[in-house]
Design a protein around this ligand. Structure first.
Ligand SMILES: [Fe+2]
Length: 271
């Protein structure tokens, strides 16, 4: 049985610290074959840098998905997507002019795992500057191009705002990939399941980020924006004493490519 551990959106330094702190023990206890993380908010809550990605690589994370903020720090992102093109995947349904790989294949002891990544469309137009193709229009073509004979398991991260789009896509992709996980909203959902055709599914894994925050950002800033309708830039809490750590552990029968289980975990980690 092939075991995949997938961390939900790692938000800023508290999220990175939480992953680094928890991972050695998780590697011992769970013995995952593949460790993945969504890094849309990795560098100070928005985007990715080589330095922050390397922190997680050193900690043992083997592959990465991104999201609507993946290109926010443009020059830094270009560097990340060039240097780590084999282990970081960008959304496949954004314009081709964006750098990076729209699919990655990672080697494990049990065989090759295909990792895909798409953005949702609904309520995403203000969060991404360019047109996003519908995942429902492009998924099958993507699958045909990338799911080769030697792939033993496949997992797709749909980074989307609304639950309905993610749930619908889970059914759409059921039986075609081993797992579909949702990211972006930072709140873990209580609907992890294996669909009848053998696809593990969860609407949102949740985040790895500061406890006592609003989605990994200072709660004071969020409250200010809601109460006074003022535009105040989001900030990542500096030294929180605890972090939320959200991940799923997915088991896949590498002989059939079908999932046999998905275990969601949401816990607090002392920093
Ligand atoms: Fe996001």
């Amino acid at each position: 049985m092939l075991k995949i551990l997938f961390f939900g959106d790692v938000a800023g330094n508290p999220g990175r610290q939480a992953v680094k702190k928890a991972l050695p023990e998780l590697i011992q206890s769970e013995e995952p074959d593949l460790i993945l993380a969504n890094v849309d908010n990795l560098a100070h809550g928005k985007g990715i840098t080589v330095k922050t990605l390397e922190e997680l690589i050193r900690a043992g994370v083997m592959g990465f998905t991104t999201g609507n903020h993946g290109f926010s720090k443009k020059e830094l992102a270009d560097e990340v997507f060039a240097k780590y093109k084999d282990i970081i995947v960008r959304p496949a349904n954004i314009p081709e002019t964006y750098p990076g790989s729209s699919a990655i294949t990672l080697e494990t002891k049990k065989g090759k795992v295909l990792v895909g990544h798409f953005l949702g469309q609904v309520f995403m137009e203000k969060q991404f500057p360019d047109p996003i193709s519908s995942v429902f229009d492009v998924f099958e073509k993507w699958l045909k191009e990338n799911k080769t004979e030697d792939i033993v398991a496949s997992i797709v991260d749909l980074h989307a705002e609304v639950t309905s789009e993610k749930v619908a896509f889970g059914y759409f992709a059921s039986g075609k990939v081993s797992a579909v996980v949702g990211t972006h909203t930072h709140i873990p959902t209580a609907d992890a399941k294996v669909l009848p055709e053998g696809t593990a599914y969860i609407t949102d894994i949740g985040m790895c980020g500061a406890a006592g925050s609003v989605l990994g950002m200072k709660k004071e800033v969020s409250l200010e924006r809601f109460i006074n309708k003022s535009w105040t830039p989001y900030e990542v809490p500096e030294n929180p004493s605890k972090a939320e750590l959200s991940y799923v552990i997915i088991t896949v029968d590498e002989l059939t490519g079908k999932s046999t289980g998905i275990k969601p975990v949401h816990q607090l980690v002392d920093l």
